[in-house]
Design a binder for this molecule. Structure first.
Ligand SMILES: [Zn+2]
Length: 408
């Protein structure tokens, strides 16, 4: 008698590429072998298609998702018009409104094989509605989707006297990570102080750090070096993530090279959001027009952990998007010119295993015996094939259960 509740048969295992059966016992992977001679109540025949650990969405804003056009569309396409429009929309946020849109977005992502999500919650409005709603969502979906919530002071920590207090309150309410937006603080000095404050809070309250850092084409925006310094001095390493860092795409090479050495010492994670970076940045350029994305290829070549996020789905910053991480990686490999075979595989890692590193969840992630039985079967033979055709997710299994959401 086997204790398997589900067996996935004849699956091409990522990253090894061999054909295996995966036996699930309850919520965990119980066995992986070329052939399991036992049976299970549910058996799925992968027919030698790719089985991968789930996609990881390492950077998204669920509180603003699915609000594009409310109250108006972002006609300039800039980050800053997006912040203004969101400022208008967020006055009418309610817990139910945020929960409904967040849940719908998570279901769309789960149907496409995303089972880990790090969302930012805007904590610069006085009721903390977005944060409270997303914490409720995090807890309510935990048996099929694992969510981390970042307390994100969208309008800056020092732009309003109450904002630091709101950030502290967000930590007390249970945010998993602390964010910042130093390039949007009123002065450079405020930006530096904001980064130091985030690190101080993170260490005091034992939280992760994920800062929107240098999301601008300004080659003088240099808060990533402040983040690297704080990470080195506090020895926080992979508990720290710098999101966006698009200014790095505009730095001169002498400075970028020096900075690269500091980043290697810091060992922090970096997230690029290719769909959003390529559309929001470069808006003040005529020609030549910058791509507005950080130096993904060079960071990867230096052995740093880089992941890709979707960032926005149908919101004031980006009116498109389906939540599909293959779309994100596909855009990333184009914009970053990572079209070598190994580079394409690396882009797949940036929406899977690298994302798990960013989220600090490696212990719970991967196709290994004893780990959660969470995986996606794609209609593709390998990551290259999956990316080339943006292959459909045939089956998604989360913590041992096959999910049955409608695919988008
Ligand atoms: Zn963001």
């Amino acid at each position: 008698m086997s204790d398997f509740t589900l067996i996935l048969r004849r699956a091409r295992r990522y990253p090894q590429g061999d054909i295996v059966d995966i036996g699930v016992e309850g919520t965990r992977i119980g066995a992986i072998a070329p052939h399991l001679p036992t049976s299970a109540p549910t058996e799925l025949d992968a027919a030698e298609n790719l089985v991968s650990p789930p996609f990881v969405e390492s950077h998204i804003h669920l509180d603003s998702a699915l609000t594009a056009g409310e109250p108006r569309w972002n006609e300039s396409g800039t980050l800053f018009e997006g912040i203004q429009i969101w400022g208008e929309r967020k006055k009418s946020l309610s817990i139910e409104d945020v929960k409904r849109r967040a849940l719908e977005t998570l279901q769309q992502q789960a149907a496409q094989g995303v089972l880990w999500v790090r969302t930012h919650a805007d904590v610069s409005e006085p009721t903390l509605t977005a944060l409270k709603a997303l914490l409720e969502v995090r807890d309510s979906v935990a048996d099929w989707m694992r969510v981390q919530v970042v307390a994100f002071p969208q309008d800056g920590i020092y732009s309003h006297p109450k904002n630091l207090e709101l950030l502290r309150e967000s930590i007390a309410l249970g945010a998993d990570a602390i964010g910042g937006i130093p390039h949007y603080e009123l002065t450079r000095e405020d930006g530096v102080t904001s980064v130091e404050t985030v690190f101080e809070l993170a260490e005091t309250f034992d939280r992760l750090v994920d800062i929107h850092c240098d999301e601008i084409d300004d080659e003088q925006s240099r808060f990533l070096e402040v983040m690297a310094a704080c990470t080195i001095r506090r020895d926080l390493g992979s508990r720290v993530t710098a999101s966006h860092t698009t200014a790095m795409g505009s730095y001169n090479n002498a400075y970028a090279q020096k900075l690269m050495g500091f980043l290697q010492r810091a060992r922090l994670n970096l997230i690029a959001n290719p769909l959003i970076n390529i559309t929001l940045q470069g808006r003040t350029d005529s020609y030549p027009k910058r791509r507005g994305i950080t130096r993904v290829k060079e960071l990867w070549q230096q052995g740093l952990n880089v992941s890709f996020g979707h960032d926005c789905i149908c919101d004031p910053w980006y009116s498109l998007g389906t939540g599909n991480m293959l779309d994100v990686a596909w855009m990333g490999l184009h914009v970053c010119q990572m079209t070598g075979r190994a580079e394409i595989d690396a882009c797949y890692e940036m929406v899977t295993t690298n994302g798990a590193k960013t989220l600090n969840v490696e212990n719970e992630y991967g196709l290994e015996i004893g780990k959660p039985a969470s995986f996606v079967v794609l209609e593709a033979i390998d990551p290259f094939d999956a990316l080339r055709r943006r292959a459909r997710a045939k089956w998604v299994v989360s913590q041992g259960k096959q999910l049955t959401f409608d695919s988008t």
